[in-house]
Design a protein around this ligand. Sequence first.
Ligand code: PLP
Length: 385
Amino acid sequence: MSIGLSARCDCVMQSEIRMMSVECAREGGINLSQGVCDTPVPPVVRAGAAGAIEAGRNNYTHYAGIRSLRTAIAGKYRSLYGMEVDPHREIIVSAGATGAMYCVFQALLNPGDEVIVFEPYYGYHVSTLRASGARPVFVRLEPPAWSFGASGLRAAITPGTKAILVNTPGNPSGKVFSREEIGLIADVAKTHDLFVFTDEIYEHFLYDGARHLSPAMEEGMRERTIVVSGLSKTFSVTGWRIGYVVCDARWAGAIGYFNDLFYVCAPAPLQAGVADGLESLGESYYKGLSEEYEAKRDRFCEVLREVGLTPGVPRGAYYVLADTSGIPGKTSREKAMYILRRAGVASVPGSAFYHDGGGDDLVRFCFAKEQTVLDDACRRLKRLG
Ligand code: PLP
């Protein structure tokens, strides 16, 4: 038989996260490997979606999203960041940030284009780039601050570079890019005429007084920055699949056409629910989120320290990379399996966030869990001590 799978399948088959979830279910463990938040959905968001279903708003919407949602997104950018966005020409609502990113890559990258990716990275970014025919080029972030140097970034640029991909606050490191770092990325992007793709899905999960800075807010960067974000995490609605792109109208048009081609539109009544949430929940809701998750982070990191899994304390997002050099096993996969079998808590092997065998002394835990689940995980982790 000479028929077979496409070469593209290599980009989607291996997922350590999926594998650990399966192993976790087999062991009856607590799954801290996946980034699924268990916190309640705000009542206004639920009521908005339920009301829209009851009112019969169940049909296709405009491919770029319902007007009230785009207006609410623009309103958020104005009130939180002082950034003016045209809701009719510069916003595309898509099937989650994941769908949004795929549309962006389809619209703006050609096969073979190089995109700088900071490592440790979020696996979907790399797989989506590869599935789009682009080539990720890696720049290492060095612990403990997950910092990078200007020379390292500049050295990665070639005539084939088309973009730099930023994820702030970042998964898996919890890194929040500083003003200097964003400034440096902006300088490099302008000098070499590059796009900056920035995944800001964790923009409302910030600790220790950290501030969210988007490359789009830098001088002269608005036209070349493609912001991707969404409501999965902010409203705990990962299964609703609502994300969006904010960018210059020159790019939004084509991104919207790909969104139409792949998804037609994001789920109609769920768009209405998150629009209601964005309109009625403001800064105090976002502040409350950060406070709630900061408390979870502190409690969880304290236990990690106690049991010898020294954490790289995150300044944003809701993951923590922990040092497993004291855990038996040669690879991060063996170490994650040891932790699962001994303590009954699943994590993601660090190698899932590196392209070349890095991360062997790291595992990633997600602390976006209900307090009782997190407490149980902490109790179990103490079996390692
Ligand atoms: N971007 C990052 C960095 C993530 O960690 C995740 C989920 O874990 C997503 C995007 C997925 O977002 P969405 O549910 O909106 O597709």
